[in-house]
Ligand binder design. Structure first.
Ligand code: SME
Length: 163
């Protein structure tokens, strides 16, 4: 099966909808959650502009552990409640941070990151991990980006959890 996707929308809401359709097609029938995270990180990296990091942290039952991603090598373990990712995981609520330098406890993995969007991955009421998107531009992520990323994750959360 070809995995050559192209994304044509320019408005963020439509771009995220295209990415969500592609993500659903990518994970269809694949039971391995890590493989699915790897492909979805690559897909988001391709589809969504102005990112310097895109990927997953997986919840191991105790803390977040680095999962599949695109971008520079990153921090490996993040305790729940620490940083933007840890806050999203603990609260099970997306965190959209316009200026990471103003976020108490932000963990600077890549010094280029200026803004961040983290969406929790929850399947069957179980915390699977988080999707973390970083941008070198302050205020990069809009409410449309948040809604789009949340909708994408909601559609494929089961496939990210694996079987
Ligand atoms: N900045 C994140 C840590 C992960 S990296 O950005 C890849 C945080 O504060 O949780």
């Amino acid at each position: 099966m070809s995995h050559a996707f192209s994304f044509t929308a320019t408005a963020p809401a439509e771009l995220w909808a295209e990415a969500a359709d592609a993500a659903e097609a990518l994970v269809a029938g694949e039971p391995d959650g890590i493989a699915n995270m790897a492909n979805v990180a690559a897909l988001i990296w391709q589809a969504i502009p102005d990112l310097n990091w895109a990927g997953f942290y997986r919840f191991d039952g105790q803390e977040l552990v680095l999962g599949p991603f695109q971008g520079k090598a990153a921090c490996i373990r993040i305790p729940l409640g620490k940083g933007v990712c840890g806050a999203a995981a603990r609260l099970r609520a997306s965190q959209r941070v316009a200026d990471v330098n103003a976020f108490p406890g932000h963990i600077a993995c890549d010094a280029a990151s200026r803004s961040e969007l983290v969406v929790p991955v929850v399947a069957d009421d179980r915390l699977i991990g988080v999707l973390d998107l970083d941008s070198p531009h302050p205020g990069r992520f809009t409410t449309d980006d948040q809604a789009g990323a949340e909708a994408l994750i909601a559609r494929i959360a089961g496939a990210l959890a694996g079987t």
